[in-house]
Design a protein around this ligand. Structure first.
Ligand SMILES: *[C@@H]1O[C@H](CO)[C@@H](O)[C@H](O)[C@H]1NC(C)=O
Ligand SMILES: *[C@@H]1O[C@H](CO)[C@@H](O)[C@H](O)[C@H]1NC(C)=O
Length: 458
């Protein structure tokens, strides 16, 4: 499939967990279209982290600038918002264009850009642009109609927080406070991250409406009910649900890195008995909520596997880990192979911030989820889990987190009739997801159409 004159550049956004999702798309493209050249474009750091392992012969790696200036060469000492801002400025300021020229210099010129939607400067380089959204699809919809929503809500977001957005097609289960427009809470950067993200999204929305040939969405067809799917189709030019991206052909070639022994530890536990806890790479709970979560977890008496950044370990309640170690009831690790952990039969509940990657992995494992969303798409994702697909619950839903809420919610996922119902719903989603990737599945068909599209754009 595809012509040898095609050269597709897949451009990653090198922050948070975006880049591996774009690499999955790049691997999928190069696997399905072996005669087409595919270049994966990102910063040196990201390429070094991701390019290992067996890669298709037609997949190349091309570097673009990180934007770190001489005076700010020490990336570790530069705040996140500033690194983001410098990267975007460099990319807007010719950095992406130059990288695409470099990619084309060795042979076939780049014919089409398939890029993370956050890299919307791709709309300005004079090539066809196909955008890739990695987050929750309903949050993208909210951003695309964001102008109308913001004009409607005005300065009343706080007083109207609990109001349902029933007058917007597809938004019936969502409330004002579930919208993805606010930045990460509790930041000490004087609102700088929000400022950078607001500018980024303003450009994304303007450019998607004006210039995107198509938009890939990280979901399988039929995941959302007809009203939400119709609203997405309406707002998005040529929307392609081809996900989950990590199930694309050739995407999952990398073996799980289980350096802390999570999988052997799970092997010794009964089916559906373990609570797996992870709040992702970016989100972290405030210290008081972390303590409530730990004591609530302990009070359930269920074994737990907790993936938590090491700098947060000192914040756990005194003796928490000693007690868990004493009867081997808990394992605390700084990193876990989440996809493989959630597919392990011993895992019975997943406590998470409900980032979209985590939601898809939870579905993939058929595991009920307890959601404590923090920012971005997470609130809408949590809402969909509880009210659309009914395989999980919100933890605290806007209220301060208490250990009692943790114990009660987690126990309801693991046991009883309600838990059994949520598990059945999660397993149904798991089955539908796998079916979408069968030989005649809808994600498979959509992906082949997507590959045909990007390989013939010139
Ligand atoms: C926020 O950004 C401005 C302008 O770039 C900068 O002067 C200020 O120091 C930043 N504030 C914080 C708290 O980082
Ligand atoms: C482990 O021990 C604690 C008390 O030290 C107890 O509350 C908990 O239920 C035990 N967990 C398991 C899985 O046996």
């Amino acid at each position: 499939m595809g012509s040898t004159a095609a050269h597709v550049a897949v451009v990653a956004f090198p922050f948070s967990s975006h880049a591996p999702k774009l690499l999955a798309v790049a691997r999928g493209l190069s696997t399905v279209a072996p005669s087409v050249t595919v270049s994966f474009v990102s910063t040196a750091d990201t390429l070094a982290r991701l390019k290992g392992g067996a890669n298709p012969a037609n997949l190349r790696f091309v570097e673009m600038p990180s934007g770190a200036g001489e005076e700010e060469g020490d990336q570790a000492g530069t705040p996140m918002w500033r690194r983001l801002e410098m990267f975007l400025e460099a990319a807007e300021d010719g950095g992406l264009k130059k990288a695409l020229e470099t990619a084309g210099a060795a042979g076939v010129k780049v014919s089409c850009v398939v890029g993370d939607i956050f890299m919307s400067m791709a709309a300005e380089v004079g090539l066809p642009w196909v955008a890739v959204w990695t987050g929750g699809p309903t949050a993208l919809l909210a951003h695309l109609i964001g102008k109308a929503l913001r004009e409607d809500i005005g300065d009343n977001a706080a007083s109207r927080a609990d109001e349902f957005l029933t007058s917007y097609p597809g938004f019936g289960i969502f409330r004002v406070r579930d919208l993805p427009f606010s930045g990460p809470p509790g930041s000490t950067d004087g609102g700088n991250m929000s400022r950078v993200m607001t500018l980024l999204f303003r450009r994304v929305v303007e450019r998607v409406h004006r210039a995107a040939t198509a938009v890939a969405v990280n979901a399988f067809p039929g995941l959302f009910p007809p009203d939400i799917s119709a609203a997405l189709d309406d707002a998005l030019p040529n929307c392609h649900p081809i996900g989950p991206y990590y199930l694309l052909p050739g995407a999952g070639a990398v073996a799980a890195d289980d350096r802390h022994g999570c999988l052997p530890w799970l092997n010794d536990r009964p089916a559906a008995s373990v609570v797996y806890v992870s709040f992702g790479t970016v989100a972290s709970l405030p210290p008081d909520e972390l303590r409530e979560l730990a004591s609530g977890l302990e009070a359930t008496g269920a074994p737990f596997l907790w993936s938590l950044r090491e700098d947060s370990w000192p914040l756990l309640p005194p003796g928490f880990m000693d007690r868990a170690k004493a009867n081997n009831s808990g394992l605390l690790v700084p990193w876990s192979p989440q996809g493989a952990v959630l597919k392990h039969p011993a895992v019975g509940a997943f406590v998470t911030h409900s980032g979209w990657g985590a939601v898809l992995e939870g579905m993939s494992g058929g595991v009920p989820m307890a959601c404590r969303p923090s920012f971005g798409d997470q609130h809408m994702n949590a809402r969909a889990i509880e009210h659309l697909w009914c395989f999980g619950k919100a933890l605290g839903d806007g209220q301060p987190l208490t250990s009692a809420a943790v114990t009660e919610t987690v126990a309801s996922l693991l046991t009883g009739e309600e838990g059994a119902r949520m598990r059945a719903n999660a397993r149904d989603l798991q089955t539908r997801m796998l079916r979408a990737f069968g030989p005649t599945g809808e994600s498979t068909t959509n992906f082949h159409n997507f590959v045909d599209l990007v390989c013939t754009l010139v």
